[in-house]
Design a protein around this ligand. Sequence first.
Ligand code: ATP
Ligand code: MG
Length: 261
Amino acid sequence: MGSVIALFNMSGGVGKSTLTMNLGYHLSQDHQKRVLMVDMDPQASLTTFVGFSPFDMEKTVQQAMLAREPLPILQELGWADLVPANIFLSQAELRLSSELRREYRLADALEKVRHEYDVILLDCPPSLGLLSVNCLVASDYLLIPIQAEYKSVEATINLLQVTYETAQQVNPKLRVVGAVPTMYDERTKQSQRALEAISEMFESIRGNKFFEKTTVFQPIPRRTHFANATAEHQVLAQFAPKLVDAIRPLQEITQRLGALT
Ligand SMILES: Nc1ncnc2c1ncn2[C@@H]1O[C@H](COP(=O)(O)OP(=O)(O)OP(=O)(O)O)[C@@H](O)[C@H]1O
Ligand SMILES: [Mg+2]
């Protein structure tokens, strides 16, 4: 039975989708895990990043959630399977709001395929609407990417509070497996201070069961190679295999995630 791990942060542009595809790749290639990635964001960044055109997708996770159709699983990548998204997924959020079991639709859909995978990664949208709530309900673990900048640190304490309260209501078994500082600029004092503040913050809430297993991982450095790689529909390890200072933290995270399954 695969573990379901959501990459979640209500803040936009912190590196969720980039991390999802890179972790999916390393879980598959370094740990021989059977990986499914689910694009839960109507912006469809993950779908685009790995090389599909969202508008060509006849079916997305939307039909699985609304009409209870089987999940449309694309197998072309080779290293992981993908359930794509496109902008029409935003309608699901509206239409689901009047449906029964509206928070459980993703969990119900995943239940039918869970036995085929070791790890299922959910790339969440940057909001706390019904799509994200479905992700929280369907998950065993959360991985929270946090931009390593001072301004994001202040927002993070509120994010953690809201995430904790929501998770308590819909899925009390959910645990935060890790926090990933992203876009870390090792040359600036600001980034270094943010990193220290993130570690201190998680240390101070470790008494809470929701966070007791949370590892604050090594930061992912800010490198333009990430964007250049996705423009080529590649993960970093394919595009710039020598960029070990950015690949190593990804491998450290996958080591931990791989051990969960
Ligand atoms: N470590 C990094 N260094 C530099 N750029 C990065 C890094 N990680 C991601 N990026 C770039 O930052 C942008 C946002 O990344 P991404 O789309 O993964 O974030 P996101 O959290 O999924 O965004 P959204 O909230 O919109 O879904 C992209 O252009 C991506 O290429
Ligand atoms: Mg994204």
